[in-house]
Structure formats: structure tokens, C-alpha cells
Design a protein around this ligand. Structure first.
Ligand code: IMP
Length: 183
């Protein structure tokens, strides 16, 4: 799905597919360098991180493994509740592994704070975070993101894996969802 296909539902286009791809290549180059000879375990957070994981992992020149977690933050709609429940845990034991959490967006940072704490208790050799997008509120909660695609405004956004009520995940690019769609 292209930005033009849902242009009326978006109040602003933030990034085109090309802009996101270019940034993912830059992040992959950094990860290549930092994880040379380390074969990181990339842990994607379903469902939103599917696009980031696909693009980032294929842009790497080093070996990596992938695993997935599914979590639900209680509640639905456009506000983050901060209460997290694990719906699907990892298939892989991570003790001694170099873990890179791959997330779509950091809003309040509460989801990642919980997840990073949970994974850290399993004794990985290292744990870092990569996120495609970050909203300003995350800065207040001091979430330590080593690899960040873009800082964005605090509006509700869709596309590149991010949904509203299940839709727009397959949208290439990222846009601010027009309030008329959800109000
Ligand atoms: P946090 O715990 O507040 O950082 O929320 C993170 C999760 O909320 C993300 O993984 C998304 O699933 C969801 N989320 C936060 N902001 C947005 C948004 O603007 N669009 C779509 N989903 C979002």
C-alpha cells in the first residue's frame, strides 16, 4: 500500500519508503560494525517490528539469528497503557547471547523498559535496543536506544508495521493518522 492510496486518512506524511530504507541501511552498517564476529540474536516484537526486522536484517552483511516475542499492552486505541503481558515468548535461550531488541516505535518507553528488564534477567552477554521511531515522551523515561531510525512528533502514526485497529501496517512510508479516522 502506498502513501497515495490512503492520503486522505493522513494529516501529514512524515517519511517516504525511500527515506526509511536509506536510514535502515545506515543503521545496518553500524550494526555490522558493532557486531562483527558476534552473530547477534535479533529479537523482534510482534507485530509492529516485522517490517523493521525484514529490512534491517537483510541489509546486514554479518550473520544474525532472529526470534520473536509477542506482547500485548492492555487496552486498545491510540494511547499506550504501559501494562505489558507476554503472549509469545522466545524460542531461543539467550544466556550468553548478544541480544538486539528490534522494535517499531517507542512512545512512552514502558513496553521496552519492561521487556529489556525481563530479557536482562536471563543473563544475555549483552542487550541493546534498535527502534525505527521514537516519540518525545520516551526521552523522559530514559530508554537507552542504541540504534534509532528517526525521532518523530508525539502524534499517532501509521505505516511501516504500525497499525490503527489492525490496518495500515502494510503502508509503505509513515504518516500521522488524521484524527477524523479515530474520533
Ligand atoms: P510504549 O510502551 O508507550 O513505548 O508503546 C510502544 C507500543 O505502542 C509500540 O510497540 C506500538 O505497538 C504502540 N504505539 C505507540 N505509538 C504508536 C503509534 O503512533 N502508532 C501505532 N502504534 C503505536
Amino acid at each position: 500500500m502506498n502513501l497515495d492510496d490512503v492520503r486522505d486518512d493522513l494529516s501529514t506524511v512524515l517519511f517516504t519508503e525511500e527515506q526509511i530504507q536509506a536510514r535502515m541501511l545506515e543503521l545496518a552498517a553500524q550494526i555490522d560494525k558493532d557486531y562483527a564476529d558476534k552473530s547477534p540474536l535479533m529479537v523482534g516484537i510482534l507485530n509492529g517490528a516485522v517490517m523493521v526486522m525484514a529490512d534491517l536484517s537483510r541489509a546486514l552483511t554479518i550473520h544474525c539469528e532472529m526470534d520473536w516475542m509477542a506482547i500485548s499492552s492492555y487496552g486498545s486505541g491510540v494511547a499506550s497503557s504501559g501494562v505489558v503481558r507476554i503472549l509469545k515468548d522466545l524460542n531461543t535461550a539467550i544466556a550468553g547471547r548478544h541480544v538486539l531488541i528490534v522494535e517499531d516505535i517507542i512512545d512512552t518507553g514502558l513496553t521496552l523498559a519492561y521487556l529489556a528488564g525481563n530479557l536482562r534477567s536471563r543473563n544475555p552477554a549483552s542487550i541493546e535496543i534498535c527502534a525505527a521511531f521514537r516519540k518525545p515522551e520516551a526521552l523522559c523515561n530514559e530508554v537507552n536506544v542504541k540504534y534509532l531510525g528517526f525521532d518523530i512528533p508525539s502524534d499517532f502514526v501509521v505505516g511501516y508495521g504500525l497499525d490503527y485497529a489492525g490496518h495500515y501496517r502494510n503502508l509503505r512510508g509513515l504518516g500521522v493518522l488524521s484524527p477524523k479516522v479515530y474520533s
